[in-house]
Design a protein around this ligand. Structure first.
Ligand SMILES: Cc1cc2nc3c(=O)[nH]c(=O)nc-3n(C[C@H](O)[C@H](O)[C@H](O)COP(=O)(O)O)c2cc1C
Length: 367
């Protein structure tokens, strides 16, 4: 088992100075068109410097992939200058900068897309109030989308990032192709488990080949996934173990499980002897690092994750307290900010959009 302050070196040569990463969290702070703002750079920069890496909030790889207002864009070269400033703001005192890239698929709406219908694997609406029915992507559009993930990766390299993370979690498009709920296709992109994996496989291949072709050194590629869905049909934990087994053989530098609680147990009766993270760690069996996450508040929570993962991502803990890591390492855990006041948001650069999100996620920690 590793410790918080131990280095971590990935396959493609990048080394993190410790095992703490900032979990990808949208800031809802980019300009209306996805260009980085100075407030956003300040927000990330204030949380960099001590931790090993910052993973940015999701950036969309094509215009109809935009999931919400204030989201980062990476679908055009016009974004490179702003992204370069963002990467530079994060790369402070050795912290590495990783850009999360994605397409929102059906988890958006025609208002956010300014009158365009959302797209997905199939024309099936998400099971949530007010969900719009998306349009099923044509085969040629799927091929174009894969090359847009590749183009986005080249832009991240040009902007000076140290890596990209493919956002295959939290019900967005990569997950939508893998899910039997959102993917009802009967062509080469759907049907069996293997065919539902095909889009993910081709995106991973396109992105890793972009890195290899560019000749850039030490640039890493990670993949984030959610372990199960509650919809019926939906992704079951056994499907995820298949996904992990496939991804572990694909030239990625790390896998990143997405969980709100690190010790969460599967709803599948066959996998309830330990946490889902522990099963995934066992399945990976040292082939590549696993990043764990889920409600870390103090040092011992991070250490507990390191028994079943190789690094720890911190979301809300770093949102609330940019100095979380030095406080843990210097024995000042009692000083960690655990609650947030509306009045702290300016100093911490927390946007109204994120405050609104936190109101629904953790009202008990706001005052
Ligand atoms: C404000 C906010 C924004 C988030 N945005 C993203 C995102 O863009 N991409 C992503 O993969 N996860 C996102 N998440 C999920 C986090 O990465 C993380 O998995 C989750 O918050 C649990 O970790 P925590 O308990 O340490 O916060 C977001 C979470 C929060 C609180």
């Amino acid at each position: 088992m590793s410790t918080i302050n131990e280095k971590l070196t990935f396959k493609r040569g990048l080394t993190l100075k410790n095992r703490i990463m900032m979990a990808p969290m949208t800031t809802k702070m980019s300009f209306y068109d996805g260009v980085v703002t100075q407030d956003e750079i300040d927000y990330y920069s204030m949380r960099a410097g001590e931790i090993g890496a910052v993973i940015t909030g999701a950036a969309n790889v094509q215009p109809d992939g935009k999931g919400w207002e204030g989201e980062l864009g990476v679908y055009d070269d016009k974004f490179i200058p702003g992204l370069a400033k963002l990467a530079a703001g994060i790369k402070k005192n050795g912290t590495k900068a990783i850009l999360q890239i994605f397409h929102g698929g059906r988890m958006t709406n025609s208002q956010v897309l300014r009158g365009t219908q959302p797209v997905s694997a199939s024309a099936v609406a998400a099971e949530r109030p007010d969900a719009e029915t998306p349009r099923a992507l044509e085969s040629e559009e799927i091929v174009a989308l894969i090359s847009n993930f590749k183009a986005a990766t080249k832009r991240a390299i040009a902007a000076g990032f140290d890596g990209v993370e493919l956002h295959g979690a939290n019900t967005y498009l990569l997950q939508q192709f893998f899910s039997p709920h959102s993917n009802r296709r009967e062509d080469e992109w759907g049907g069996s488990l293997e065919k539902r994996f095909r889009f993910i496989k081709e995106v991973v291949q396109a992105v890793t080949s972009a890195v290899d072709e560019s000749g850039v050194e030490n640039f890493i590629v990670g993949y984030r996934f959610s372990p199960e869905e509650y919809e019926n049909p939906g992704i079951r934990f056994a499907d995820t173990l298949y996904l992990v087994g496939q991804l572990a053989e694909m030239g990625l530098d790390y896998l990143h499980i997405s969980l709100n609680q690190a010790d969460k147990v599967s709803v599948s009766e066959d996998y309830q002897e330990k946490s889902m993270m522990a099963y995934v760690y066992e399945k990976i069996n040292g082939r590549l690092p696993l990043i764990g996450v889920g409600d870390v508040r103090v040092g011992k929570d991070a250490e507990a994750i390191l028994a079943q993962a190789d690094a720890v991502a911190l979301g809300k803990a770093l949102l609330l307290d940019p100095n979380w890591l030095p406080k843990v390492l210097n024995g000042q855990e009692n000083l960690i900010r655990q609650e947030l006041s509306r009045f702290d948001c300016e100093e911490l650069r927390i946007s109204n959009g994120v405050w609104g999100f936190l109101e629904s996620m953790m009202p008990e920690r706001l005052y």
